[in-house]
Design a protein around this ligand. Structure first.
Ligand SMILES: Cc1cc2nc3c(=O)[nH]c(=O)nc-3n(C[C@H](O)[C@H](O)[C@H](O)COP(=O)(O)O)c2cc1C
Length: 210
């Protein structure tokens, strides 16, 4: 699969089939995913694979009762090694630490998609409760959980068009990208036409008033 196809195919799955995921496939994915960028190449992540039913249940409960997670045969818990980051980056440690873990997570999601797996990025959870389940040392904080499995669901997702979220050089200055965004290509002629229409309407009123 081409990279752009993988990106477009990745979706958030909350329905999974009763089919196990081969742990070897997951470690193959992780071996590639850990080539994600990280600030100062700190690689401040620790990864826990969870396939134990009891632990999965406790984690799903810790994820604000997202019990759909139980359908997925495996979870990947990404922990942020905080003291390493604090030593290196001081007040920026938290921001960089989270960004590094997010880069790793996105790599995992895309590689999983390429392998035909369904996944979901789960960010809503009680960190202390997840820490207890995976027996995390106090220096490591659960940052992201990814559910993995197989699915025959076909979830849909929409995006705000690029011309609403992208500017050139400054926030708000969208028109400098004129011609690059699909809708804006047509705005010139539309503006001209509507100006003509406005004049016609004005003229009609002038005539009526005479
Ligand atoms: C930081 C973050 C936290 C998220 N947390 C959850 C979550 O707790 N539960 C869930 O079902 N989806 C979660 N998602 C998935 C989003 O809901 C999903 O990415 C979004 O609705 C867009 O859908 P798509 O991924 O199919 O394009 C999270 C995504 C991100 C990036």
């Amino acid at each position: 699969m081409e990279l752009r196809e993988v990106i477009l195919r990745r979706r958030t799955y909350t329905k999974y089939l009763e089919k196990k995921v081969n742990p070897k496939l997951v470690t193959d994915i992780l071996n590639v995913a850990i080539h994600a960028p990280s600030s100062g190449n700190m690689q401040n992540w620790n990864i826990v694979l969870v396939d134990d039913d009891d632990k999965k249940k406790q984690i799903a409960q810790a994820c604000l009762e997202q019990m759909w997670m139980l359908q997925a045969p495996m979870y990947i818990v990404i922990l942020n090694k905080k003291p390493d980051m604090k030593r290196m980056f001081g007040v920026k440690a938290n921001m960089f630490g989270v960004q590094n873990c997010a880069a790793l997570a996105q790599n995992i999601l895309l590689l999983a998609t390429e392998e035909g797996l369904a996944s979901c990025w789960v960010g809503s959870f009680d960190k202390d409760a997840v820490s207890r389940v995976v027996n995390a040392p106090p220096t490591q904080e659960p940052q992201i959980i990814i559910t993995l499995g197989y699915s025959n669901d076909n979830p849909r997702s929409t995006r705000v068009p690029l011309d609403k979220v992208c500017c050139f050089n400054e926030c708000g200055d969208r028109m400098k990208g004129y011609g690059l965004f699909p809708l804006q290509k047509h705005m010139g002629p539309i503006k001209k036409e509507s100006k003509g229409l406005l004049n016609k309407v004005k003229n009609m009123f002038k005539k009526d008033n005479k």
